[in-house]
Write a protein that binds this ligand. Structure first.
Ligand code: BG6
Length: 469
């Protein structure tokens, strides 16, 4: 079986992780411009001031994408380039940059798939309470409208937010992302609510503009499985799915929050302050979502947490998402299992976990269209005789594409695959050490680009539409 002609083979990136030019052409400062410079926050103090200098080298990069045969490129817009203070004046130079990127993609027939928010928030808004302040939600809606009007004639695929659970969870529970707050459940749930509200409003405006493209949201997809069939561990897995998955998908696709979580938030005093108007906005727009984007890296294996501790009392091990930690509320813990395979950063490799998870989503949400908006292997790539021989990445993507093919056969509505990442880029917390790209960037030699083995492999997959998989 070949992948259908309208299935998009792509790859992805995000503004802060590639662009650099952090203070050029009128761009405003962002939360990450500041946070990454606080000592101890990132691996070896790396930051996105220069990143891989895509801002100045986008033509070269998009040319390489075209050479790879990429059908679609997912990238994000830096809000602070467009509206430097978040909700003030529009910066024409910012519009100009993304117009050039979009036009360059179209020149090669590459479909631009645009994310509006991939974590870099204008500093003015962060300093005013960030996502815990409704001002940020209103500002986002304004920013989204500016982008739809400026680029919507050529961009027909929009993602509002990337991985709400990550920027809110790491921002307000773990303190590992800006604003660096720990253990504030009240703020965490409030922030997620304003994100969902901002999403719904942006979707509504997009539909009113009648640009005839599609719009959705991207979540990290972390399906939870019990480590065994003990009743208490099965309940732990349910709890994890309610909080990590249903809390994020229900308000988007059903227009209301999952009652299991809502009830517990009430008991704990964590219910966000939400108005009828906000809840109605969610409800009214549930039908307006065209798709859901899934960033899938790994499932989580969980068991009932027997210790009376919550997440911050355990330090993270090798990486933010590596197993071995209790959940924020101490209800369950994630477990590293002896019969599973893990990456160097401790993330489980499980294509089967994805397939099972897709069926779980279908059961709950029906036939919603889905794109895999990220999937890939973070590794330290071996270089042999000057060649980047990233065989483990090829294997990883190959195995995931195989289950995607199977999922489609089994009736899952999947319309595209975006590998993370198109090119080696800045990992938020792991610097340049953790590589994901098809294209290597030489940090010892003027950020020169070089094709990896996976570049040629992916090109072949696209050319043959995955027939050999
Ligand atoms: C996703 C993000 O969560 O994971 C990306 O959307 C990120 O921006 C990717 O780079 C990989 O994360 P990490 O921590 O391995 O760099």
């Amino acid at each position: 079986m070949k992948f259908a002609k309208d299935f998009l083979f792509g790859a992805a990136s995000a503004s802060y992780q590639i662009e650099g030019a952090w203070n050029e052409d009128g761009k405003g400062e962002t939360n990450w411009d500041v946070f990454s410079k606080i000592p101890g926050k990132t691996y070896k103090g790396t930051n996105g001031d220069v990143a891989i200098d895509h801002y100045h080298r986008y033509k070269e990069d998009i040319k390489l994408m075209a050479e790879m045969g990429l059908e679609s490129y997912r990238f994000s817009i830096s809000w602070a380039r467009i509206l430097p203070t978040g909700d003030g004046e529009v910066n024409e130079k910012g519009l100009e940059f993304y117009n050039q990127v979009i036009n360059e993609c179209l020149k090669y027939g590459i479909v631009p798939f645009v994310t509006l928010y991939h974590w870099d928030l204008p500093l003015t808004l962060e300093e005013d309470g960030g996502w815990t302040n409704k001002r940020t939600a209103d500002a986002f809606v304004k920013y989204a409208e500016v982008c739809f009007k400026a680029f919507g004639d050529r961009v027909k695929h929009w993602i509002t937010f990337n991985e709400t659970v990550m920027f809110c969870g790491l921002g307000y529970l773990k303190g590992a992302h800006p604003p660096g707050i720990q253990n504030d459940e009240k703020k965490y749930f409030q922030a997620t609510h304003y994100v969902f509200y901002a999403h719904a409003k942006a979707v509504e405006i997009y539909k009113q503009l009648e640009q005839y493209g599609e719009i959705g949201i991207t979540h990290v997809f972390l399906p939870a499985y019990s480590v065994d069939d003990k009743k208490e561990n099965i309940l732990a897995a349910r709890h994890a799915n309610e909080y990590e998955t249903f809390w994020y998908y229900d308000p988007i696709l059903k227009g209301e929050y999952p009652s299991y979580v809502v009830q517990q938030l009430k008991e704990n005093g964590w219910t966000p302050s939400w108005t009828k108007e906000e809840l109605d906005t969610l409800k009214r727009n549930a039908e307006n979502n065209d798709f859901i984007g899934l960033n899938y890296y790994q499932p989580i294996r969980v068991e009932k947490n027997q210790e009376a501790v919550s997440s911050m009392e355990h330090s993270r091990e090798t990486s933010t998402l590596a197993p071995g930690n209790p959940s924020f509320d101490g209800f369950y813990r994630t477990v590293k299992m002896t019969d599973k395979t893990y990456t160097k950063w401790g993330w489980e490799i499980s294509p089967q976990g994805f397939l099972d998870g897709l069926h779980m989503l279908k059961e709950r949400y029906g036939d919603i269209k889905m794109y895999v908006t990220e999937n890939g292997l973070g590794d330290e790539d071996p270089i042999i005789d000057g060649e980047i021989v990233d065989v483990p990445r090829i294997k990883y993507i190959e195995e995931h594409l195989k289950v995607i093919k199977r999922a489609i056969k089994e009736g899952i509505h999947l319309k595209g695959y975006y590998a993370w990442s198109v090119i080696d880029l800045l990992s938020w917390l792991n610097g340049y050490k953790k590589q994901y790209g098809f294209i290597y960037v030489d940090h010892d030699d003027n950020l020169n680009r070089k094709k990896k083995l996976s570049f040629h492999w992916y090109k072949h997959i696209i050319e043959t539409r995955g027939e050999e998989l």
